[in-house]
Design a protein around this ligand. Structure first.
Ligand SMILES: NC(=O)c1ccc[n+]([C@@H]2O[C@H](COP(=O)([O-])OP(=O)(O)OC[C@H]3O[C@@H](n4cnc5c(N)ncnc54)[C@H](OP(=O)(O)O)[C@@H]3O)[C@@H](O)[C@H]2O)c1
Length: 252
């Protein structure tokens, strides 16, 4: 029987790339995100390329009731999730703490921490009932090192780092693997979302350097997901060659 991967935030960037990678490897997929049209297009493309089973669920991870209703309403067969890619997340704003928008802070905390937890709670219980599973959490180098004006985004990713370590301990007796992938700069829709749709400003983030692309991260996630049963990758920090840490870039 084909394995199942549930990918949150599959409508763009790293999540979308993971959908392609896991489809290529023969997984059936549960794809989530808020944009149903993108989920439909992706499902159509992957079906044509790989002829796999796909369920799509459009919901906002910030909405606890919507998360529960959408996931719990999946047909029972879809609860046999082998891999959860806990990826939906975003950054909004890049301002010193005294100037930050409270609405941006709330969106980041509600998405990256609370939404992440709502999904984790449901799927980890399915995995316990199934007797196996692997949760792969998208952290960030921003959760490992604080940078100027990164304040709340960095704090939400530091929370993911600790939640990843906590889940690893709590789910240990159930044989459930837990991994965090902490990328540096990846060119996706991330910076455009951070700068509230300002494409020019978003592009400047990657000026003079070759950033990671979403597929680089997806292949690393696949590496973690495809280790033998007795091997768990606890965490991986991956950056572009031109990035040493959260703040040091070599730009030509
Ligand atoms: N790009 C980077 O440099 C970078 C570096 C380190 C870590 N990360 C992390 O990697 C993850 C993926 O980011 P990305 O770079 O692929 O960005 P992206 O291209 O903007 O994709 C973000 C995904 O998250 C989904 N999402 C955002 N808010 C959501 C919500 N409230 N409910 C449901 N889905 C939501 C989006 O779907 P909808 O808009 O359709 O809802 C989209 O599919 C994030 O957790 C991010 O923090 C990114």
């Amino acid at each position: 029987m084909s394995k199942i991967a549930l990918i949150t935030g599959a409508t763009s960037g790293i999540g979308e790339a993971c959908a392609h990678t896991f489809a290529r490897e023969g997984y059936n997929l549960i794809l989530t995100g808020r944009r149903q049209n993108r989920l439909d297009e992706l499902a159509k493309t992957l079906n044509e390329l790989y002829n796999i089973g796909i369920a799509t669920c459009a919901f906002d991870v910030q909405d606890k009731e919507a998360v529960t209703a959408n996931l719990e309403n999946l047909p029972a067969g879809w609860r046999k999730v082998d891999v959860l890619v806990n990826n939906a997340g975003l950054s909004q704003g890049l301002e010193p703490i005294q100037n930050g928008l409270i609405s941006d802070w709330e969106t980041m905390i509600d998405t990256n921490v609370k939404g992440f937890l709502y999904v984790t709670k449901i799927v980890s219980n399915w995995m316990i009932a199934n007797g196996s599973g692997h949760i792969i959490n998208l952290g960030s180098i921003a959760g490992k090192e604080i940078y100027a004006n990164g304040n709340v985004y960095c704090a939400t990713k530091a929370a993911v780092d600790f939640l990843n370590k906590g889940m690893r301990i709590d789910l240990l007796p159930y044989g459930i693997k837990v991994t965090a992938i902490h990328p540096g700069a990846v060119e996706t829709e991330f910076s455009e979302v951070r700068f509230h749709g300002d494409k020019e400003r978003a592009k400047k983030v990657y000026d003079g350097l070759t950033p990671l692309v979403a597929a680089d991260v997806a292949e690393t996630i696949w590496f973690a997901a495809s280790r033998p049963a007795h091997v768990n990758i606890n965490e991986i920090i991956m950056v572009p060659t031109a990035q040493a840490n959260a703040t040091t870039f070599f730009r030509k």
